[in-house]
Each structure stands twice: as structure tokens, then as C-alpha cells.
Design a protein around this ligand. Structure first.
Ligand SMILES: Nc1ncnc2c1ncn2[C@@H]1O[C@H](COP(=O)(O)OP(=O)(O)OP(=O)(O)O)[C@@H](O)[C@H]1O
Length: 377
């Protein structure tokens, strides 16, 4: 817990000075006796690309719907641009939502789909024309204004949905898995486009996804959620390099978890003994200090494991499985204590591939082996 707070403080320093666009203050949402979101507090800043990331059912969409006004918190407060949103209906909030299902009007062309809200609001014709033109240009749909949605690709339809949300000039854009219906290649392309677009318009984006790679690619900061609770809020590199707990370490990327008992502690460094008798050096960053005798878990990323090289921790292992991944090869290794380790090695022409059954040594540095705060959670 202490580590999480330190990471948040560090983040806070970087975001300081930027006004808060959306503040969630001790927000809880219950459906009957089920708690979907529990005591959630977050500040999202103006111009930030902020993602809510977590597995299915962790409460991301419910959080977004409370900001949009489709749900009211059971407890706590949603504040947008300094104003409490309690009792404010969705259409009066300075936010707009883009959903995974684009919900375009099939009988209207691109221009009219984008213009729809402006017409209803009685915006003068000349201004509608100008603003729709600008919004279409932003999402690279100039020239498509007279096409019907049925004659657009999935990616283009999603761009229409974006243009429609941006044309009202919201302070905050809420995006609920907006790329979920696209194939992988288009999805990757749209991730970069969305990030560029956000940079260009400077609007706060709050993005919901269960895809960690997507969140890492696009976000300034990410809140990782599980079972209705925020686990850690940090920028992508901090989440990856300094996960606050086992859930975050497992959810963001791949990781090896080593269980052991603390034998010695000196400053940030600690020595752990695994149940199978391996002696490992590790670090406990961010002020967290394990006690001697404490049962802990430590995490080390597969790409930090070096096969056949030296390091602070060197373990004799046997290659159990070799998985070719294109740019890298994944080695599943059996350690002498019976543990399983995953190592990644970049492929290059010189390095001969290892074979199952081969005996190897595997090494990693103590600074890459992070103690996660034990089994207290
Ligand atoms: N109206 C509702 N009534 C009862 N339970 C609900 C309601 N809305 C959501 N829930 C429950 O709250 C939990 C969180 O749902 P939510 O949709 O916020 O999750 P999520 O993280 O967005 O998941 P997904 O990625 O699957 O959309 C789920 O267990 C869900 O079943």
C-alpha cells in the first residue's frame, strides 16, 4: 500500500499545475448487495489521455457511466470541471461518450450523422457546415461526407462516431472500448491515430479497455482496476517497471513470480530463500521494507532473464519448451527447485536456438527482481 502511495505521489508531481478535469471522490457504486466500484478516488487532468484498465467485470464501464451520468454513485462525488455532477443529467454534462457499437444512423450520410446533435441544438446552418467539416477533417474523413455508413469500413464508421462526439467540443471525451470491434491491424493503426487526435484537440480522453497493450500504447496514465478497486495509478513505464502488487505485475505484461522467505534486508536489497532452497537477491523499491522471516513474492520480467550469462542471481536450469515468437524466442525453463521460469531472448542470426532438454544457466540482476509486498496482498 505504501508503495502505491509513493508511486501516486511521484505521478502527482508530474501532473501538478494542470487543472483537474474530472475528480472522483470516494465513489462507490452498488447494485443491490453487489459492489461494482468501491471507494474510488482519482484526479484526471485537463488534456490527459487517461485509461481505466482491468479484466472484464472490474467496474471500468460502471465508472465511465457515472462520469457520463448514466449511473449515479451510491456514495461519493463525481466532479467535472470543478462542478459536482450530482443530479446533472447526461446531456447537461460537458462530456461525450464513444461506444464500441458506433450506433450510427444507417439512413443518414456521414455529414448528417456528425451534424445530428448540432441540428437538434439549433446551431445555425453555416456554423454546422464549418464544424462538421472540421470534425471530419480531424478524423481523416474529408471527402466521405456524402457516404452512408453501410458503404464505410469498420474503421471509418468508428471515425464517424468519433467526429460526432468531437463536434460538440466536449471538455472530456469518454471512450468505452471504442476499437473492440476492429481487427488487430486496424486496431493498432487506430490506436496511434486516436493518440495523435487527442494530442491535436487537447481534450481529456478517458478510455476504457481490458487490453493492456492498448492502454500502454496510448495513455499518459492508467488506473489498473480489479474487483471494483483501483490497484495502482501510474504512467505506463512505472506500471510495467514498478508494479505495486501481484495483480498489476501479472496483468501488465508477462512476469515470473518467485515465492520465498526473506533471509536478510539491507537498505533496498533483500535476500530471499525459495521453498526449494534457491538463494535470490531482490529489491524492495519505493520505501516498502519486508521483514526478515516474512513470506514474500518477487517478480521478474521474462526479458530480464538472460540465458547463459552472468548476473546477481544465477540458477542452473533445464530448457523445457522453446516457443518461437518471430522477433524473440520464449524459453520455458525448469529451475532446480522445481519452479518454472519464462525467459525471452531477442532473435538474431548469430544466437543458436536452445533445445528442450538442454542444461543452461539463467541469470538476472537483483534490481530487476522486485519484492511485491508479500502475501498480505
Ligand atoms: N445495472 C447493473 N445491475 C447489476 N449489476 C451490474 C449492473 N451494471 C454492472 N453490473 C455488474 O458490475 C460489475 C462491473 O461491471 P462493469 O460493466 O463496470 O465492468 P467492466 O470492467 O466494464 O467489464 P467489461 O470489460 O466486461 O465491460 C459486473 O460484475 C457487472 O455484472
Amino acid at each position: 500500500m505504501e508503495r502505491q502511495n509513493t508511486a501516486e505521489r511521484r505521478q502527482g508531481a508530474r501532473e501538478e499545475g494542470r487543472p483537474v478535469a474530472v475528480r472522483l471522490q470516494n465513489v462507490t457504486k452498488r447494485f443491490g448487495d453487489f459492489t461494482a466500484v468501491e471507494d474510488l478516488s482519482l484526479d484526471i487532468h485537463e488534456g490527459e489521455f487517461f485509461s481505466l484498465l482491468g479484466p472484464s467485470g472490474c467496474g471500468k464501464t460502471t465508472t465511465l457511466r457515472m462520469i457520463a451520468g448514466f449511473e449515479e454513485p451510491t456514495e461519493g462525488e463525481v466532479v467535472v470541471a470543478g462542478r459536482s455532477m450530482r443530479g446533472v443529467p447526461p446531456y447537461r454534462r460537458p462530456v461525450n461518450t464513444v461506444f464500441q457499437s458506433y450506433a450510427l444512423f444507417p439512413h443518414l450520410d456521414v455529414f448528417e450523422n456528425v451534424a445530428f446533435g448540432l441540428r437538434r441544438a439549433g446551431v445555425p446552418k453555416g456554423e454546422i457546415s464549418r464544424r462538421v467539416g472540421e470534425a471530419c477533417a480531424l478524423v481523416k474523413l474529408s471527402g466521405f461526407e456524402r457516404r452512408k455508413p453501410s458503404r464505410l469500413s469498420g474503421g471509418q464508421q468508428q471515425r464517424v462516431a468519433l467526429a460526432r462526439a468531437l463536434v460538440n467540443r466536449p471538455k472530456v471525451l469518454l471512450l468505452d472500448e471504442p476499437l473492440g470491434a476492429l481487427d488487430l491491424k486496424l486496431r493498432k493503426q487506430m490506436q496511434l491515430e486516436l493518440k495523435n487526435l487527442q494530442h491535436e484537440v487537447g481534450i481529456t480522453f478517458i478510455y476504457v479497455t481490458h487490453d493492456q497493450e492498448e492502454a500502454l500504447t496510448m495513455s499518459d496514465r492508467i488506473a489498473v482496476m480489479n474487483e471494483g478497486r483501483v490497484q495502482q495509478v501510474a504512467d505506463p513505464a512505472t506500471l510495467y517497471e514498478l508494479p505495486a502488487n501481484r495483480f498489476v505485475a501479472d496483468f501488465i505484461g508477462q512476469t515470473n513470480i518467485l515465492e520465498g522467505t526473506v533471509e536478510a534486508v539491507e537498505g533496498e536489497r533483500a535476500v530471499i530463500r525459495t521453498a526449494g532452497g534457491l538463494r535470490l537477491e531482490a529489491v524492495a523499491p519505493n520505501g516498502f521494507r519486508p521483514a526478515v522471516g516474512e513470506a514474500v513474492e518477487a517478480a521478474v520480467r521474462p526479458e530480464k532473464l538472460r540465458v547463459g550469462e552472468a548476473g546477481d542471481n544465477v540458477v542452473a536450469a533445464e530448457v523445457a519448451e522453446v516457443v518461437y515468437l518471430g522477433s524473440s524466442t520464449q524459453y520455458i525453463l525448469r529451475a532446480p527447485d522445481g519452479g518454472r521460469l519464462v525467459a525471452h531472448r531477442q532473435n538474431d542470426r548469430e544466437a543458436a536456438a536452445l533445445r528442450p532438454g538442454e542444461a543452461v544457466s539463467v541469470a538476472w540482476d537483483a534490481r530487476h527482481c522486485l519484492i511485491l509486498g508479500g502475501k498480505r496482498g
